[in-house]
Design a protein around this ligand. Structure first.
Ligand SMILES: Cc1cc2nc3c(=O)[nH]c(=O)nc-3n(C[C@H](O)[C@H](O)[C@H](O)COP(=O)(O)O)c2cc1C
Length: 512
């Protein structure tokens, strides 16, 4: 039985562990990056995905469930097919080395795409009440159940108001083997990073379309897994996102009984390997029932956030940033931004403008709309920037203070060290800026339990996804998520970061 702190420690990357690792990928056993149900009926929405025109920079800048002022009033129910397509669908086909490669809306470690979306709906647009699985490859939906099962999610979430009032709730789940093939035990971390980039897109498209949407991290896991017909040893739910409002679950008929389902699935590869630590870590962070979910959320309400900016003994150590206002900011719509997004392979050493840097950070780092952060505590992660090339900002490591839009000097930085910290990937040092999202795993788990660890990783994953979108809203910028040596980063940023370790890393700048 593994505690999240122990899981985290056991799956840390260090140069020594990496050297000792004698693991070779077995290409012949590579899992399919999507699931195929053998016999389920399918539903193909008639309308093409039609994303909102709201600028991406406005759509990612929401810290609560409400859409931004720039979004239009919603024209009817949330458009489920558009939401799923721009969150997790195939948005690009490229020929690389003579092979057709299909790319998805959101970045994913190793391009393994292990996170799937399920939707639980009442009457919602073209969808009749039911439980569906989104097939990213074909853009269609597998029908798991017919009937209005939203009450199951409402009960599981402890009657969370957002879930109880939404015409549709999206559930993100990871099918472990699809990622564990390459990343083994680390897949539990990746589940939250890779669902985070998907949920960043989902929130942006929902908010851009004028709908309420938020992440609900507190829910009883087993009833949700049962509803979707998942065996958590293989695949498990990670987060709920209710979208839209004004469709109270209780207004409908009684919630039907949840009979067990176990729809046959085509094997992902010849010989899937089990990494029990992954499902074990997930199990140890489950919430028992709706009451437990509510009680877990309450623990956050009692925490008083430290929003002070620390001691300002020396003003010379602070840099005021000046993000552009909404009128001046890039107006690239959220849909076009997602279509354009990709992971930048090479960076030029040319500096980026201070205002673009400030705007990316300001819009992406406003705070994640999550159930647990409805009170004073606005998040579990802090943000550090290794600045290598920003006009008018001295190269160095800074803590970024969102809201205040200020950088606080931490120490000197150099490109070579930056590359080393990122698992020795020198390309990271070539970027203009490296953004580390950091959390104090010990403190998080002591305060908020193993479930808190999930949320810290997920918050950092969503911030990463928002950084991608805010970057790609700018014509001249590109970025990419990266992995790192945990302890080395923690040591490099200490004592300032005070016990925090990295959750995610994003590098951005001018593409070479
Ligand atoms: C959390 C996260 C970590 C990543 N880490 C690395 C990395 O260490 N090195 C790398 O080259 N790419 C990394 N990537 C980028 C993925 O390889 C990339 O997203 C994937 O190949 C899909 O391509 P796309 O982003 O262009 O759609 C990471 C992506 C994510 C979301």
């Amino acid at each position: 039985m593994v505690d999240a702190r122990e899981y985290h420690e056991r799956t840390n990357h260090s140069p020594e562990r990496l050297r000792e690792m004698s693991f070779e990928l077995d290409e012949s056993n590579r899992p399919r990056p999507y699931k195929v149900y053998e016999v389920l009926p399918r539903f193909a929405p008639e309308s093409e995905p039609d994303p909102p025109e709201t600028p991406a920079l406005a759509a990612v800048a929401t810290d609560g469930a409400d859409p931004p002022a720039a979004a239009p009033d919603p024209a009817g129910d949330p458009d489920i097919a558009t939401l799923c397509h721009y969150a997790a669908g195939v948005t690009k086909e490229l020929e690389i080395g003579g092979r057709e490669m299909r790319f998805r809306a959101a970045a994913c470690t190793g391009k393994l795409y292990h996170v799937d979306l399920y939707v639980v709906t009442g009457d919602c647009g073209e969808f009749s009440p039911g439980v569906y699985h989104f097939d990213p490859e074909g853009g269609e939906f597998d029908v798991l159940r017919e009937g209005d099962y939203r009450g199951v999610l409402a009960a599981a979430s402890g009657d969370h108001a957002g879930v109880a009032d939404a015409p549709v709730t999206v559930v993100a789940a990871s099918e472990w083997w699809r990622n564990a093939w390459k990343y083994r035990e680390r897949t539990y971390r990746h589940a939250f990073w890779d669902s985070g980039t998907i949920l960043a897109n989902l929130l942006a498209v929902a908010h851009g379309g004028g709908h309420r949407a938020e992440v609900v991290a507190g829910f009883a896991d087993d009833p949700v897994a049962e509803l979707l017909g998942l065996d958590p040893d293989d695949e498990a739910p990670l987060a709920l996102v209710p979208v839209g409002s004004g469709s109270a679950v209780s207004d409908g008929a009684e919630t039907p009984e949840v009979d067990p389902i176990d729809p046959a699935e085509r094997p992902l590869s010849e010989d899937p390997v089990d990494y029990p630590l992954v499902a074990d870590a997930w199990r140890q962070s489950r919430l028992e029932d709706g009451d437990a979910a509510e009680a877990w959320r309450e623990t956050f309400a009692h925490e008083v956030a430290d929003t002070s900016l620390g001691e300002r003994a020396d003003d010379a150590e602070w840099v005021d940033l000046d993000p552009v206002d909404a009128e001046t900011a890039s107006a690239r719509p959220v849909g076009a931004t997602i279509e354009r997004r990709g992971s930048c392979r090479e960076y030029s050493h040319e500096p980026i403008s201070a205002r673009k840097f400030a705007t990316v950070m300001d819009r992406a780092m406003r705070g994640v709309p999550a159930d647990a952060f409805a009170g004073d505590l606005r998040g579990l992660v802090d943000c550090y920037c290794l600045v290598h090339a920003v006009e008018g900002v001295d190269p160095g490591v800074y803590e970024y203070h969102p809201g205040a839009d200020e950088l606080e000097w931490v120490r000197e930085a150099d490109r070579e060290k930056a590359g080393h910290l990122a698992l020795g990937q020198s390309v990271v040092g070539d970027a203009a800026v490296n953004v580390y999202l950091m959390a104090d795993v010990d403190a998080v788990v002591s305060e908020f339990g193993n479930r808190g660890y999930r949320l810290a990783q997920l918050e950092a994953g969503i911030a990463l996804g928002r950084l991608y979108l805010a970057t790609y809203a700018h014509r001249t910028l590109g970025g990419r998520g990266f992995t790192f040596f945990d302890t080395e980063v923690a040591e490099y940023l200490s004592p300032h970061s005070d016990g925090q370790t990295p959750m995610t890393l994003f590098a951005f700048g001018k593409p070479a």
